[in-house]
Ligand binder design. Structure first.
Ligand code: ADP
Length: 187
């Protein structure tokens, strides 16, 4: 199963994606994690990505599309993958569709996790205190939420148009939200 997790920063994609991966026996891949590792390792990809990430902007599609292709071509993704943090632009969504189409498969479901903006800001500030991520400064948080609205939120309509969007309320306990996700997946 190819599942896209959609939602703003702080919606809980990482948490719920990891739990769902365990329940469904799928791998979860997060481009944010891969990019942070590339930055840590100082690879050419990391060097290109760092400035964008720190300021809360998206890493440009030209840079990320190769990474997405690599992720989808990896052996562990052959039978499906939970995509966390990508696709993040319409161009990335089209690239994912094209890649999967070439293998006679496609995105089965896009799972949108919805959380009100003030709750997102509260969560991201809390995470900043705990994790100290370099893009959890107040300015970068604001930028990431704005970038989400402008560049990623259009994917909700994109997947709705394909008839494969399911939306779940992302406010509640981790267990409550996991149960809603299972319901949306028909499990
Ligand atoms: P969050 O969901 O909290 O924004 P992520 O770990 O998904 O965190 O992403 C962190 C940063 O990594 C983003 O702000 C962006 O700069 C970069 N990034 C991650 N995935 C992508 C992607 N698919 N396309 C472009 N940039 C990305």
């Amino acid at each position: 199963m190819y599942l896209v997790l959609l939602g703003p920063p702080g919606a809980g994609k990482g948490t719920q994606g990891a739990l769902l991966a365990k329940r469904a026996g799928l791998v979860k891949i997060a481009t944010g994690d891969l990019l942070r590792a590339a930055v840590r390792d100082g690879t050419p990809l990391g060097q290109q990505a760092k400035g964008y990430m720190d300021s809360g902007q998206l890493v440009p599609d030209e840079v990320v599309l190769g990474l997405i292709d690599e992720v989808l071509a990896a052996p562990e993704a052959r039978h499906g993958v939970i995509m966390d943090g990508f696709p993040r632009t319409v161009a990335q969504a089209e690239a994912v569709d094209q890649h999967l189409d070439e293998r006679q498969c496609g995105v089965d479901l896009a799972l949108g996790i919805t959380v009100p903006r003030d709750e997102l800001i509260r969560r991201l500030r809390g995470r900043a205190d705990q994790e100290g991520r370099s893009d959890d400064t107040p300015e970068a948080i604001r930028a990431r939420l704005g970038v989400y609205e402008e560049e990623t939120a259009p994917l909700i309509a994109y997947y709705k148009g394909k008839g494969i969007l399911a939306e779940v309320d992302g406010v509640g306990t981790v267990e409550e939200i996991a149960a809603r996700i299972d319901e949306a997946l028909g499990q």
